[in-house]
Design a protein around this ligand. Structure first.
Ligand SMILES: [Zn+2]
Length: 918
C-alpha cells in the first residue's frame, strides 16, 4: 500500500538531479531592492504578540529568491493540508550557477554510485562545499525559528560582510523554514484568535499537525507522513547534507538554549566522529552565544544520544552530523516573566507532580510570573546559568540567529576538514561491511508470515536511502541456504549503520548517576527493531556471503503481485496480516458478501476469507493491488450464500464462520490534542476503515433513538457498532481541560453522563475498544472481571518507556485471526491485566499474553517479571456488547504492523454475525 507513493518519491528524486538551478539569476545589484523583513511584514521579526503566518514567509522567500543570485527556492511538494513545503538553497552566485556539479561532489562524498575514485576524492576535498541543512519549526508551537529565518535569509542575501562572504564561498546552505507548515498555520491562527482575550493562554484543542502532532518528530524511520517523506527524499535521495541542524524550543523555566553535544547513553552503531562533530559544531554555537553575552547556555543535558526516529538524530546513522538546538519558549509570541533565583542556590529538580501542578497554575493564571529557575549551579556544561527575568519571542529569534550563523561560519572555516572526515566515516563504514560481521542483513521471502510486510519493510528502508538487493539465485550465508528472490541488504554500503541499527535488537545501556541511584529514564522509546514491529523475520549474516552469490540492486520499491486463479462469482483467499483487512474493506465497498472462516488442521490454525457478489474486475484489481492470491470457488447462489451444503473448502464449514459487514466506527477525539487519536485516525484511513469522530458532546448525547432500529434506545448505538477510546488517561477523557482560560466550547470531558452513554452503548450490543491508558476507564466504570496490574506499581518496580515485547496470540480467538501464535508487540507503560471472578453473564478471554519468561525482545524495561504470563489484550463478552482492552499498543505511531490485525479484528468482528445462527 505504500508502493505508489515511493515510486513518486524516486521519480522526483531523479527529476531533481536534472533540475537547472536558478531560473532567474539576476545581478547582485537587485539585492538592494529586497525589503527588510520589518518593512515587508510591517513589524520587527519577533516583536511581542506578532507572528508571520506561513504564506507570508513563503511570499518573502520567493521574493528574495527572485531578486538575489545567492538564493534559490524549490517547492519540494505539498504538505498534508496542501500547503507548499519549500527548500532554499543558499550559496555564492558562482556556486549556485554550477549547483549540479557541487551536488554531484556531495553525492560522491556519500558513495552514491560507488566509492569516489582517487581523483574524485581530491576534487571533493579541494572544491566541494560544506553542505549544511537547517530545518525549523517541526513542532509548530516552537515557532521562533519560522520567524528567525526571515532575518537570516535577508542577511545572507544582502550583506557583504566578511563573515557572510566566507559562508557563501564555502557552504551550500539548505534551509527548510518549516518542516510542518500546516502546524505553523494552525498555531498562528489559534494564537491570533485568542490574542487580547481572556483565552490568550488557552492550549490548542487539536493537534498541530493534521494527524500526528508532536510525534512528527518520531517518524523518521517509518516515514508515514508526507512531510517526513519529503524530508527523507531531500536527505537521502537528493542532497546528502553532511551537517543537519534541527531547531526546536523547550520549556520556559530553565536553561535558555541547549546546544550539542547531547547526553549519555550513546549508540554504538554511530561512528565516533559524528559525536565528535556534534561537540565541535555545538560548542562553536555555544562560544558565539557566550561572546554575544547571552546567558543560560547548556549542553550534555536531557537529550540522549541513543534513540532513532527524531529528525536531526536520524542523520547520525547516515554518517551525517545531526545537531539539535532547543531554545527556551515564550508563550508563543507573548512574553514571559520569571521570578529571579539567587545565584548558586539550586533547588531539587522538579518532580512529575511539580511539573503538572505548575502547568495547572499556568493555565489558571497565565499572567502570574513563573517560579524562579531551579538549576542555577554554574558548571562546565552550564557556566552562566539563567537566573530568571523577562523572555520574549525576540530573545528566541536572537539566540537562534547567533546559533545558526555560528554553525554556518564554523562549517565554512572547517570545510575541508569536515569533508575529509566525513569521507573517512563513509569509507570506514563501507570497508567494515566488506569484511563482514555483519556482512549483510537478509530478509527471507519463503518463511514470512505475511510476505507483503517484508515488501513494506524494504520500502521503508529504501526511503531512508538504504540500498536493498535481491538474490538472483539460491545462495548461502553463514552456512544457511536462502531462496532466489531473497532480499539482501549488503553492509558494504554507506548507510549500513542505519540498516543495522534499525533491524537489530536494541540493547539500551542503563545510565546511573551513581551505583546506588536508579537508572536514568531514557528520553524516548528504547526499541525500534523494525522487522519485529512489522512482523518480518530478518537475519544478520556475519560471514561474507558465499562466493558466486549474485545480487541485483533494486532500483525501485518491490511490489508483490497479487494473482487471481479461475473465474466464478465466489472466491477465497488466506486471511493473514494487516493487509488482509485492507482487502476486506475494499471488497465490502465493492459490494462483496464476505464470510470469514477460521479452521484448524492438526493444530495449525488458518483462516479463509470467502466472498461472492463483487464484480470480477474489482476482485482482480483488489487482488493485484493488495498482493493477495485469490482462488475461484464453485459458483454460489447469491440468494443463498455460503452454507453447509455448498461449502467450498475441504473441511466442513466451521461453527465459528462469520459473515462480515462494514462496522460503523466512532473514534473519540478529546479537546486535549491527543496524539494517539491522530495516529489511530491515520491508521484507519490507510486501511480504509470509514470512521466518524466523536467529541465529548457526541458521546454525552443520550436521549431516545429515532426508533429506526428495533430494540435500540441509545443514539450512540443507533449510529455506531464500535467506539474506540485512544490511549489517554481516564481523567483527561472524563474532565478534559477545565480552566476558565480554556475556551468554553473546548472545556471539560465526557463526564459521568458520557460514561453512562457508553454503558448503554455496550448494553445494547456495541463494542467498546479501549487502547492503553483508557483501559482504566473501562475497568473503573464498567463492572468487568479484569484487574490492571500495572496500577500502583512505582517507577522503581516497573517502568517501560517504549519496548518491543514478545506476545503469544490465541489465533483461534476471533480477535487473533490471521496472526502467528508468537509475535512481537509494542509496550510503553500501559496496563497489563489479570482476569478475576466476574459475572456469569460475562466471558472474558485473553487474546494475547506475555510469555512466562523473556518478555523483552528489544529495548529496555524494568520489572519484566511482573508482566510475565500476564494478559496483554483481553476481550470481554458483555452479552450482547463487548469490551476489548488493549494493554499493549497495537498501532503505536503506525509502526506496529505486526499487531495491527488485533485492532482490525476487533473492528471487523464488532458486527460479524454467525453464518449458522447462534
Ligand atoms: Zn521540539
Amino acid at each position: 500500500m505504500f508502493s505508489r507513493r515511493i515510486s513518486v518519491l524516486f521519480g522526483l528524486a531523479i527529476a531533481s538531479l536534472v533540475l537547472i538551478p536558478g531560473v532567474q539569476l539576476l545581478a547582485a545589484a537587485d539585492a538592494n531592492s529586497i525589503p527588510t523583513p520589518e518593512k515587508f511584514l510591517g513589524f520587527r521579526v519577533g516583536e511581542d504578540k506578532k507572528l508571520a503566518r506561513w504564506e507570508k514567509i513563503v511570499e518573502y522567500m520567493r521574493m528574495i529568491a527572485k531578486s538575489s543570485d545567492r538564493v534559490l527556492l524549490r517547492e519540494l511538494g505539498k504538505t498534508t493540508n496542501n500547503n507548499p513545503f519549500i527548500l532554499l538553497e543558499i550559496s555564492s552566485a558562482e556556486t549556485l550557477k554550477d549547483l549540479d556539479r557541487f551536488k554531484r561532489l556531495e553525492r560522491k562524498l556519500y558513495f552514491q554510485g560507488g566509492a569516489p575514485s582517487d581523483s574524485e576524492r581530491l576534487e571533493i576535498f579541494r572544491s566541494g562545499k560544506a553542505v549544511v541543512l537547517v530545518t525549523c519549526n517541526v513542532h509548530s508551537t516552537e515557532i521562533g525559528s519560522s520567524q528567525m529565518v526571515l532575518e537570516l535569509v535577508h542577511r545572507l542575501a544582502t550583506e557583504d560582510s566578511p563573515a557572510v562572504k566566507r559562508v557563501l564561498d564555502n557552504v551550500i546552505f539548505l534551509l527548510v523554514p518549516s518542516l510542518n507548515p500546516d502546524g505553523q498555520i494552525i498555531v498562528t491562527d489559534w494564537y491570533n484568535k485568542n490574542l487580547g482575550t481572556e483565552y490568550e493562554a488557552s492550549p490548542l484543542p487539536w493537534l498541530y499537525h493534521p494527524y500526528i502532532g508532536h510525534d512528527n518528530n518520531r517518524d523518521m524511520y517509518m516515514f508515514t507522513q508526507k512531510e517526513s517523506q519529503l524530508t527523507a527524499r531531500l536527505l537521502w535521495h537528493d542532497w546528502f547534507p553532511s551537517v543537519w541542524l534541527d531547531e526546536h524550543q523547550m520549556g520556559s523555566q530553565g536553561a535558555r538554549i541547549f546546544v550539542m553535544p547531547a547526553t549519555d547513553p550513546i549508540n554504538q552503531n554511530v561512528h565516533p566522529l559524528i559525536y565528535r562533530w556534534n561537540g565541535i559544531l555545538g560548542q562553536a554555537q555555544a562560544a558565539a552565544l557566550e561572546s554575544a553575552g547571552k546567558e543560560g547556555i547548556i549542553y550534555n543535558s536531557t537529550y540522549t544520544n541513543f534513540w532513532q526516529g527524531a529528525m536531526a538524530w536520524s542523520g547520525w546513522w547516515h554518517n551525517q552530523v545531526g545537531l539539535l538546538t532547543e531554545v527556551a519558549s515564550a508563550r508563543i509570541a507573548s512574553p514571559i516573566e520569571q521570578r529571579k533565583a539567587q545565584p548558586g542556590r539550586a533547588t531539587a529538580p522538579a518532580s512529575e507532580e511539580d511539573r503538572q501542578s505548575q502547568q495547572r497554575r499556568e493555565m489558571e493564571n497565565p499572567n502570574e510570573p513563573l517560579p524562579p529557575p531551579r538549576d542555577v549551579t554554574p558548571r562546565t556544561e552550564y557556566p552562566r546559568p539563567w537566573l530568571g527575568g523577562k523572555w520574549t519571542l525576540r530573545d528566541i529569534v536572537d539566540y537562534e540567529l547567533i546559533a545558526t550563523m555560528a554553525l554556518l561560519e564554523t562549517a565554512a572555516d572547517h570545510r575541508e576538514q569536515l569533508l575529509r572526515q566525513i569521507y573517512e566515516v563513509n569509507r570506514a563504514t563501507v570497508e567494515a561491511g566488506a569484511k563482514g560481521d555483519p556482512s549483510a542483513i537478509i530478509i527471507p521471502v519463503d518463511r514470512q508470515h505475511d510476505l507483503r510486510e517484508a515488501h513494506h519493510l524494504v520500502e521503508r528502508l529504501q526511503m531512508a536511502g538504504v540500498e536493498v538487493s535481491r538474490a538472483d539465485r539460491e545462495f548461502e550465508a553463514d552456512d544457511k541456504k536462502y531462496a532466489a528472490g531473497t532480499f539482501v541488504i549488503p553492509m558494504n554500503q554507506v548507510f549500513a549503520r542505519y540498516a543495522k541499527d534499525l533491524l537489530e535488537k536494541q540493547t539500551y545501556p542503563e545510565v546511573r548517576r551513581s551505583s546506588n541511584s536508579p537508572p536514568e529514564p531514557p528520553y524516548d522509546v528504547t526499541a525500534w527493531s523494525l522487522g519485529m514491529q512489522m512482523g518480518v523475520e530478518t537475519i544478520v549474516a556475519k560471514k561474507p556471503l558465499a562466493a558466486g552469490t549474485k545480487l541485483s540492486k533494486l532500483t525501485e520499491a518491490p511490489k508483490l503481485a497479487g494473482t487471481i486463479e479461475g473465474t466464478s462469482n465466489a472466491f477465497g483467499f488466506d486471511y493473514r496480516g494487516a493487509d488482509s483487512a485492507l482487502a476486506i474493506n475494499r471488497l465490502l465497498k465493492a459490494g462483496a458478501r464476505i464470510t470469514v472462516a477460521p479452521s484448524s488442521t492438526v493444530g495449525r490454525p488458518s483462516t479463509s476469507v470467502l466472498f461472492y457478489g463483487a464484480p470480477q474486475s474489482s476482485v482482480e484489481s483488489i487482488a493485484r493491488e493488495n498482493g493477495i492470491q485469490v482462488f475461484a470457488h464453485r459458483r454460489v447462489d447469491p440468494a443463498i450464500g455460503f452454507n453447509q451444503s455448498n461449502w467450498p473448502l475441504k473441511l466442513p464449514m466451521p461453527s465459528t464462520a462469520r459473515s462480515l459487514v462494514a462496522p460503523r466506527i466512532g473514534l473519540y477525539q478529546s479537546w486535549t490534542s491527543n496524539m494517539d487519536e491522530g495516529w489511530t485516525r491515520w491508521v484507519l484511513e490507510q486501511y480504509e476503515f470509514p470512521y466518524t469522530i466523536l467529541h465529548n458532546a457526541d458521546i454525552r448525547e443520550r436521549g431516545p433513538s429515532s426508533g429506526a432500529t428495533a430494540g435500540i434506545s441509545s443514539k450512540l448505538r443507533e449510529k455506531y457498532d464500535v467506539i474506540i477510546l485512544p490511549d489517554q488517561q481516564p481523567r483527561d477523557i472524563l474532565n478534559g481541560f477545565d480552566f476558565k482560560t480554556v475556551r468554553e466550547e473546548y472545556r471539560g470531558g465526557i463526564g459521568d453522563e458520557g460514561v453512562e452513554a457508553l454503558r448503554q452503548f455496550v448494553r445494547e450490543g456495541g463494542t467498546l475498544i479501549a487502547l492503553g491508558g483508557s483501559c482504566d476507564l473501562a475497568i473503573d466504570k464498567f463492572p468487568i472481571p479484569v484487574r490492571n496490574l500495572k496500577r500502583g506499581l512505582t517507577r522503581d518496580q516497573h517502568f517501560a518507556p517504549g519496548t518491543i515485547v514478545r506476545i503469544q496470540v490465541d489465533n483461534t480467538h476471533p480477535l487473533g485471526l490471521g496472526m502467528p501464535s508468537d509475535t512481537y508487540g509494542f509496550y510503553n507503560n500501559s496496563p497489563f491485566f489479570a482476569l478475576v471472578e466476574g459475572f456469569a453473564s460475562q466471558k472474558a478471554s485473553v487474546v494475547a499474553r506475555y510469555p512466562n519468561s523473556d518478555v523483552v525482545a528489544s529495548g529496555w524495561l524494568k520489572g519484566e517479571e511482573l508482566m510475565a504470563g500476564r494478559a496483554a489484550v483481553v476481550s470481554i463478552e458483555m452479552n450482547p456488547g463487548r469490551i476489548v482492552l488493549f494493554g499493549l499498543r497495537p498501532q503505536h505511531r503506525a509502526q506496529t504492523h505486526a499487531t495491527f490485525p488485533l485492532l482490525f479484528n476487533a473492528l471487523l468482528w464488532a458486527c460479524g454475525t454467525a453464518e449458522n445462527g447462534r
